[in-house]
Design a binder for this molecule. Sequence first.
Ligand SMILES: CC(C)(COP(=O)(O)OP(=O)(O)OC[C@H]1O[C@@H](n2cnc3c(N)ncnc32)[C@H](O)[C@@H]1OP(=O)(O)O)[C@@H](O)C(=O)NCCC(=O)NCCS
Length: 168
Amino acid sequence: MTTVTIDVRRADPEDAAEIAAIHHEAWQGAYCGIIPHRALASMINRRGPDWWASAIKRAASVLVIEVGGRIAGYATIGRSRSRDLKQQGEIYELYVKPEYQGTGLGTRLFAAARDRLSGHGLKGLVVWALEDNDTATTFYHGMGGRDIAEGVEIFDQKALRKVAFVWN
Ligand SMILES: CC(C)(COP(=O)(O)OP(=O)(O)OC[C@H]1O[C@@H](n2cnc3c(N)ncnc32)[C@H](O)[C@@H]1OP(=O)(O)O)[C@@H](O)C(=O)NCCC(=O)NCCS
């Protein structure tokens, strides 16, 4: 029998290329047909390996989930950017490689991200998701999040609604 280990850890600068590839693939899969093509392509292109390497060096807020030593997803976390909400921690992004989606890795990564934020003394958690991203909204509802606030994000003149899910 082969045992595959699943582990969540902080990202190293050497992980930058793998994370950039996951970011590219997961954003294409999640937002193609939702975010206008040009805006999506420029958001993806901006975040190549160099961008990720410097993001990882700047702050310890990038987590990766590994399956058998290969990175299968990542999360970026930190202090909430929403001054109107009382929750102090935020998961800015949480993405799992398409071939691993639906296998429980998102749940593991979410739990680890939440633990790290509360371990840093941040009380409560918020995650923003685009309303049209059904996979994400189903996932965060399933994790027990309450949708309590709405906002709008503009992509190439297209306004998309976003929803804030919170945990206390
Ligand atoms: C959303 C995401 C992070 C969830 O991670 P995951 O590993 O696929 O999720 P899990 O396997 O842990 O599943 C947990 C729950 O999520 C929901 N879910 C997962 N995959 C789903 C899918 N393809 N469609 C609808 N719901 C789904 C289910 O409610 C599932 O619960 P269940 O297993 O009891 O049915 C992942 O699918 C992903 O990266 N999606 C694309 C990118 C994205 O939208 N990220 C969030 C941006 S804010």
